[in-house]
Design a protein. Sequence first.
Length: 85
Amino acid sequence: MIRPGGELRFYEHVIALGQPGRLLLQLADRSGLWPKLAGGCHPARDTAAAIQRAGFRITTSERIMFAAHRLEPAIPYILGVALRV
């Protein structure tokens, strides 16, 4: 548990802001195939909103596109720091 004033550093995949990426990630997530192949990963979540709902204030964040392998499609990630309120 992070105490009030404590820092959370995060790097997590997030839902794409625009189309067609947003729709593709939603379809991959709902298909059940992506979560099974990726160890429970859900690429259609709004991670920043979840962090804020959990009682944190995001102080810095950056959205980036990343692919772990050249044959894998690049998907959006969020990298940042949040403080426990």
